[in-house]
Design a protein around this ligand. Structure first.
Ligand code: SF4
Length: 225
């Protein structure tokens, strides 16, 4: 029987991106292959449990009241794409939308499940923000697949984010569709300094892209999950 490594399943409001304020059931998968310097999830990996499809279905069923969608989040959910592929039809049967929150790297895994995904919240990992490696090729391939559904791109902006990384992100989005929403998310640990950078880059992005927004992590401000 297929099992997934999951840290928690709960309902709350979405705190990031274009669907901020939307009530969702969150299924948080354990594990991630990226290494962002601000990541707060490694500690949660130690609390993971194994769930069957039936376990997850039952939890979502109990929590689903008033929810718009089920957020498959992490960690990186696409590391467990085979499990997600099996799970998605059950979520659809509950008449809930499927919302994928992903680091935007594993495009081959995305291809396996995209048919049953409604919304993709995709990160661009800017190396000067994450202090980690670049994934430009992966992000480009990923966005090509994701754009067949509702998609928006989100990038964390810190005081160290370099203009060349933002330019590269703009060029990838522009080459695919300049109307894809691009969200600049100020690093919550830096507040004013990160917001200043966001305002600077917002102006630059708007010269090419048609839907650019600055949206902070509302759940961090409200101190909720
Ligand atoms: S992609 Fe998300 S879960 Fe993975 S290291 Fe970065 S912040 Fe952490």
């Amino acid at each position: 029987m297929m099992k997934a490594t999951i840290t928690e399943i709960f309902s709350s409001i979405q705190g990031e991106g274009l669907y901020v304020g939307t009530k969702q059931v969150f299924v948080r998968f354990g594990g991630c292959q990226a290494a962002c310097c601000w990541c707060d999830t490694p500690a949660q990996y130690q609390k993971v449990k194994k769930y069957t499809i039936e376990d997850v279905f039952k939890k979502i069923f109990v929590l689903r009241s008033g929810c718009h969608s089920v957020s498959l989040t992490g960690g990186e959910p696409l590391l467990q794409s085979d499990f997600i592929k099996e799970l998605l039809p059950y979520i659809k049967k509950m008449r809930l939308k499927t919302y994928l929150e992903t680091n935007g790297i594993l495009y081959q895994e995305l291809q396996k499940i995209i048919k049953n995904i409604d919304i993709v919240s995709m990160d661009f990992k800017l190396p000067s923000s994450t202090k980690s490696k670049a994934y430009w090729k992966e992000h480009k391939e990923f966005l090509k697949i994701a754009r067949t559904k509702k998609v928006f791109v989100k990038a964390v902006i810190s005081k160290d984010t370099q203009v060349k990384d933002v330019r590269k992100a703009i060029s990838i989005i522009d080459a695919i569709d300049q109307r894809i929403p691009f969200i600049l998310q100020p690093n919550y640990k830096e507040n004013v300094l990160a917001l200043k950078k966001c305002l600077e880059y917002h102006q630059m992005c708007q010269k090419t892209l048609t839907n650019v927004r600055i949206i902070p992590q509302v759940h961090k401000i409200l101190k909720i999950r």
